[in-house]
Ligand binder design. Structure first.
Ligand code: IMP
Length: 413
């Protein structure tokens, strides 16, 4: 296995940061391929907590090369802030990735305030930056190599978008930082291709989750990229055959931030207890996350299109305090039972979940070191998830610390 992709199978915030972090030391390259600084990956390293938004989590390991791939939209301001304390020579930035400017962020905030259909975005400018890209008026990272050309392109972009922005002043203000990163701007498709040929180990780090995918999520309440391994070949510029293994990350319950339908959402005391125990507040925006039961139908939808061949269950310890655990195994829509996620958000909002109820375990599990040590009820829950999803559970995260991660070495336990 030379390549592995890690993908969130729900609405983001599945705990990808922790899993990526615990695996990334085994890899030579850690590669982000979509999104931008809307992501928030929490990792613990060198006795410190880092919340990374734009940098791949491998940046905390001095031996890894960290790539910002072509499919990303990159804010220089966010990158500058986050790179402090890290070694820029560990970074490679695609010359074809698009730049996200402060006016994209303003446009995002404005559209959230004025449109009738509020998405609840992170207001980082992600949607507007992708709009600029697909309208073919965007500015790519490679333009940073020639500042007078960059200034000219910025003038044209600002005038096309009809925004007020002093591009010249911005470039002057960022000049020093641009000079620092320019040596690391490169054709990352070629670099990763070569690394692959040299049998280097490459980890593709997904941001957000499949249910936020622009096409396969709950449109329009989605992000503007494709957080699925199928987009890696396009987003990086690689043959599809290079993407061999995919590890799907599944939180033991469901959370969502922002607007949009959420069939298994719960409210009141139970939701509040889970939110508090699981520290379910957005790592990018600090917003309280919405809480719900595990939704096996959405997970089946996500697994079908990603082809993940192993999964990690995260935050299992948070469920130690609930009496019973519900899993949504099918939906009812207009009186009909269905196993499919409808395409229209208003139909998703109408879904009535059909639940299976399992007993809780009601004891702390953060000290368990193996699957065998878990309480019987927790094992039953995990076995049921595995049989509903048809994919082996390889990791179980039972606490926030790095060592609170159980790896299952065989799947018959
Ligand atoms: P945007 O990506 O900022 O445009 O936001 C679109 C939707 O995706 C909103 O519902 C956000 O809350 C959600 N979203 C974006 N990034 C993340 C993330 O990293 N975790 C969870 N939700 C996210």
């Amino acid at each position: 296995m030379n390549t592995l992709s890690i993908v969130g199978l729900q609405f983001g915030d599945e705990g990808k940061g922790k899993i990526t972090d615990s695996l990334s030391h085994q890899f030579d390259y850690v590669v982000r391929y979509q999104g931008g600084h809307n992501a928030g990956h929490t990792v613990y390293a060198n006795g410190q907590k880092y919340v990374l938004h734009v940098l791949p989590t491998g940046i905390v390991h001095p031996h890894t090369i960290n790539v910002l791939g072509t499919g990303m939209v990159i804010s220089l301001d966010a990158l500058q802030k986050e790179l402090q304390g890290f070694n820029v020579s560990q970074l490679r930035i695609s010359d074809r990735a698009h730049l996200l400017f402060p006016f994209h962020q303003q446009l995002d905030a404005q559209s959230e305030q004025t449109t009738t259909q509020k998405i609840g975005t992170t207001q980082k400018g992600i949607g507007p930056a992708y709009q600029t890209k697909t309208s073919r008026i965007g500015i790519r990272v490679g333009s940073l190599k020639d500042l007078s050309r960059l200034k000219l392109e910025l003038k044209q972009l600002v005038s096309s978008l009809g925004v007020t922005f002093d591009g010249d002043a911005y470039v002057e203000q960022m000049k020093e930082f641009i000079a620092k990163i320019v040596p690391f701007i490169t054709d990352t498709s070629y670099e990763i291709y070569q690394a692959y040929q040299q049998k280097k180990r490459i980890l593709f780090e997904g941001a957000q989750g499949v249910m936020l995918d622009l096409d396969h999520g709950t449109y329009p309440y989605v992000t503007s990229s494709h957080p699925t391994p199928s987009s890696i070949p396009v987003d990086i510029g690689l043959p599809p055959s290079y993407i061999q293994e995919a590890l799907g990350i599944v939180k033991a319950y469901t959370t969502r931030v922002g607007e949009g339908p959420f069939p298994t959402e719960i409210f009141g005391e139970e939701a509040e207890k889970i939110r508090k125990t699981g520290n379910e507040y957005g790592s990018t925006t600090g917003r309280p996350r919405r809480i719900g039961h595990l939704d096996a139908v959405m997970l089946q939808h996500a697994i079908r299109m990603t082809g993940v061949n192993q999964i990690a269950i995260t935050l299992l310890d948070v469920l130690s305090m609930v009496d019973t655990i519900k899993i949504c195994v099918a939906y009812e829509l207009n009186g009909q039972r269905t196993q499919l996620v409808p395409s229209h958000a208003s139909d998703v909002a109408k879904l009535k979940p059909i639940y299976e109820t399992l007993p809780g375990w009601k004891v702390p599990i953060q000290d368990c070191k193996s699957f065998m040590e878990l309480p019987k009820e927790a094992k039953t829950y995990l076995h049921r998830i595995q049989s509903l999803l048809g994919v082996p559970i390889r990791f179980i995260s039972n606490g926030p610390k790095r060592e609170q991660l159980i790896e299952r070495t065989h799947h018959h336990d």
